[in-house]
Design a binder for this molecule. Structure first.
Ligand SMILES: C[S@@+](CC[C@H](N)C(=O)[O-])C[C@H]1O[C@@H](n2cnc3c(N)ncnc32)[C@H](O)[C@@H]1O
Length: 277
């Protein structure tokens, strides 16, 4: 995405073009069609995420998991990229020599992933229900994917599925936005600009009562426009530790990227690393 864009809107502001490509003044109601989450977005996702540091995230995951025994390259039982989307965080693991599979609930996102990585196995399934019939050395998830689990109960169901897909001593590592992050970064924020030939205007809100953040993601290209509404729940460090421990994970650590130090209480975004007993 353009310099001013911050991934999925975690930085606010952005450079606002005076007039959107559809002629609407910025801030005016959009006229794109309403699309289900991660359907139309799949077609423009990689253009929006062009500047995201997936390689560095992959290196951070490998470095952290290696301290817990993740073997390098093709040794070991393989990796699972949970919420792999279009495969942007699957690709660097494959490039590092790991046997990696991906899982996502969006067939549109997976279609892009399969096109990008034809030799890799991708599973169409949900975080709460997947059952792949095998275990992995490392399950990882990046870029807020698990914030899409909107209740603690849903989060706990996902943790149980992950636990049952790890070899003994295997590692689970993922990033999440905290409530602080969603409150600070998404509250009444607008991210707007251009990514390649995609005009985007993403409007964020945060509801204190429900603890849910909502983004209305408007995108427009020469081929048309759409709006997708996405929601996220933030997860705070104490809640993450409690949920992972309850799911049977050991050595739960909540850290920050890129130094791997324990997460500060006011961290907006944290990484969780935990081991299978
Ligand atoms: C922000 S994207 C991140 C994609 C990818 N990890 C990346 O970094 O580019 C979140 C992904 O999570 C997937 N997702 C959301 N809720 C899901 C669920 N309940 N089960 C499986 N996948 C889900 C979406 O389809 C989407 O591809």
């Amino acid at each position: 995405m353009d310099e001013e864009y911050a991934g999925d809107g975690r930085e606010r502001g952005g450079v606002a073009p005076a007039v959107a490509p559809n002629g609407a003044p910025t801030g005016a109601p959009v006229d794109g069609r309403n699309a289900a989450p991660y359907t139309d977005l799949a077609g423009v996702y990689d253009r929006l995420m062009a500047d995201i540091e997936y390689d560095e995230w992959a290196a951070f995951i490998v470095r952290t998991a290696a301290r817990r025994g993740l073997p390098s390259g093709s040794a070991g039982s393989g990796l699972l990229d949970l919420g792999c989307g279009t495969g942007n965080a699957t690709l660097p693991m494959w490039e590092l020599g790991y046997e990696v599979e991906g899982l996502d609930a969006s067939s549109a996102m997976l279609a892009a992933a399969r096109k990008k990585l034809p030799g890799i196995v991708f599973h169409l399934d949900t975080f709460e229900e997947f059952s792949l019939g095998r275990r992995f050395q490392l399950v990882y998830s990046v870029f807020d994917a698990l914030n899409n689990l909107l209740t603690e109960a849903a989060f706990a169901r996902c943790l149980a599925r992950v636990r049952d897909h790890l070899v003994p001593g295997g590692v689970f590592m993922f990033d999440v936005n905290t409530p602080t992050g969603l409150r600070e970064l998404w509250l009444d924020g607008v991210s707007e600009g251009w990514a390649d030939d995609v005009y985007y205007r993403w409007t964020h809100t945060y509801d204190e009562e429900s603890g849910l953040a909502t983004v209305e993601a408007y995108c427009e290209t020469g081929e048309g426009s759409f709006v997708e509404v996405h929601q996220e729940r933030g997860y705070a460090t104490p809640d993450l530790v409690r949920l992972l421990a309850a799911a049977g994970f050991a050595d739960v650590a909540v850290i920050e990227y890129p130094d791997g130090q324990p997460a500060r209480p006011d961290a907006e975004r944290v990484w969780v690393v935990a081991s299978s007993p």
